[in-house]
Design a binder for this molecule. Sequence first.
Ligand code: SF4
Length: 292
Amino acid sequence: MENNINTFEKLLKECTTSGKKVYEIMQEKEASDFEITVEEVRNKVYKNITAMKSAILRGLSSKEKSYSGLCGDDCFKLKEKYNKKPALFGKLYEKITMYSLATMEENLRMNTIVACPTAGSCGIVPSVIIALSEEKKITQEEEINALITAGAIGYIISAKVAMAGAVAGCQAECGVASAMSAGAIVEILGGTSKQIINASTLALKNILGLTCDPVAGLVEIPCVKRNVFLAVHAITAAELALADIESKIPSDEVVDAMVQTGQLMSPLLKETSKGGLSATKSGILYNRKLMD
Ligand code: SF4
């Protein structure tokens, strides 16, 4: 096996020549890198899935606000809404939107979440994997395969750029999480490795330029609701990929474009809370109130 799998091209080539899926290649690589068994890798991944489920469960039953008082009860509101009026797009959509909010609200309450890839984007991957797991009744092994697939996508992107809003804007946090989720969805739905990579590429390509402008420097506005939007974004990418609608720009070039976009982005829009939403009249007011 090629040891230095740091591009999507290499990953796909490895899948094609070995006849293995993305998660198989990645779990073997992880086992080799850390000198542990594949079983140990999978056990570690399952611990994360368990933590994701716990965060969702806690988040669904809480409406405790964050320390700032700005966020914390949106999942509760959405749950109430769905109880009265189900979502137009069905149960899976309801779960994805609620689970992403539930997880992010647990993050702002400083409770345990799984950063995937970051704390600010922690609601996206768990919401799609756990909601799909429940609705499609997939096994524990399939959940693990999905999360390893998501991890593989994050790993490849992280070879070129740090996953941090301060480095490349929110495209490197929520954008990457959406790309990871798109791949995980395709894995769960039985797509090919090529479709998995293409799904992540389509997701990433369509969030290029997403800025990081957290109001008052807190991972709350716009981060909490952004997780919901980018979880749903992942579904669209997966559906297109499963129809073999391909990105005309190759996967690795899309990652390069993301890196370049991040470099071109003004520092005001990279987690400094000096531009974008943070610099709006209301954003400044929230900041002042919290400083008082
Ligand atoms: S806006 Fe910035 S802080 Fe918030 S999730 Fe995105 S990258 Fe993270």
